[in-house]
Design a protein around this ligand. Structure first.
Ligand code: AMP
Length: 281
């Protein structure tokens, strides 16, 4: 469905049958990572709604809004194959009413990392996600850990604004060689794809370095950085080791931390993250 009225009608009918509603927000160009969220929703909810909306307000000037992959027919087939009950795929004017001026600003957890390199990104994300929560009226919403900071931004918003929804964050789905699935992987040619493996390799290296005894964040980050030194056309936006809840940088990995990085490979900006777990003494 593409209109608010059709969406509301379909969801209300399921509710009146006593079904709980699961929501999986996406920007389309669906892959197995997205579908794993649908599967998680189906395990827990009686009725699963996916949304596809390439949200203009979360793209900065010069980013890939215009060329972002739009593959609706393939997406419909993929959603059907995992038993999605309803797809809401509205045109832009259904989501953004003419003259709309209200935005959600989540504050400190949205400021560093992606927030620093993509100013305004999380303002757009939080605003559209809150709107989708309000439009769908779901009980539980499903997000991927692949976008780690985004999941914290959404949890913060839900808590701070008393949004009546539960948030689930599901594991990152990877290719067998470690590359995190992403709609933007379609931008990578064979050479760039091979180079892109350095992101997940650097995360594995971080864990190994910690297991071998290193605890200093600067030293671990330096080891990760060095992996990219040999990669032509790799440009690091950030590599960080942070507190998993607050995203404040840690100086020592003496308890669980999250390693997060954003790197441009060729022209394509990729992000990835993993929890880094020091061995128990
Ligand atoms: P996107 O379409 O990129 O906005 O992503 C929609 C949802 O899918 C977000 O909650 C993402 O975190 C999640 N997602 C994207 N890639 C993956 C992945 N490789 N594994 C798990 N979830 C993912």
């Amino acid at each position: 469905v593409t209109t608010r009225a059709k969406l509301r009608e379909a969801v209300a009918a399921e509710r009146s049958r006593g079904h709980s509603i699961g929501l999986v927000p996406t920007m389309g160009a669906l892959h197995a990572g997205h579908l794993s969220l649908v599967e998680a929703a189906r395990r827990e909810c009686g009725f699963t709604v996916a949304t596809i909306f390439v949200n203009p307000t979360q793209f900065g000037p010069g980013e890939d809004y215009q060329r972002y992959p739009r593959t609706l027919d393939a997406d419909l087939a993929a959603l059907a194959s995992v038993g999605t009950d309803l797809l809401f795929a509205p045109p832009t004017e259904v989501i953004y009413r003419p003259g709309a001026t209200t935005f959600v600003d989540v504050g400190p957890v949205a400021a560093p990392l992606e927030g620093q390199f993509r100013p305004g990104h999380f303002r757009g994300v939080a605003t559209v996600v809150l709107k989708l929560f309000n439009l769908v009226g779901a009980d539980i919403a499903y997000f991927g850990r692949k976008d780690y900071q985004q999941s914290l931004v959404i949890r913060r918003m839900v808590a701070d604004l008393d949004v009546p929804i539960q948030v689930r964050v599901c594991p990152t789905v990877r290719e067998s060689d470690g590359l995190a699935l992403s709609s933007r992987n379609t931008y990578l040619d064979a050479t760039a794809r091979e180079r892109a493996l350095t992101l997940s390799r650097s995360l594995r290296l971080a864990q190994e370095v910690v297991v071998s005894g290193e605890r200093r964040a600067v030293a671990i980050i330096e080891r990760m950085r060095r992996l990219f030194a040999d990669i032509p056309s790799a440009q690091i936006d950030y590599i960080a080791l942070c507190d998993p809840e607050t995203l404040e940088p840690v100086t020592l990995v003496d308890r669980v931390a999250v390693a997060l990085l954003a790197v441009r490979i060729g022209g394509t900006r990729l992000i990835d993250n993993e929890l880094i777990i020091p061995p128990s003494k």
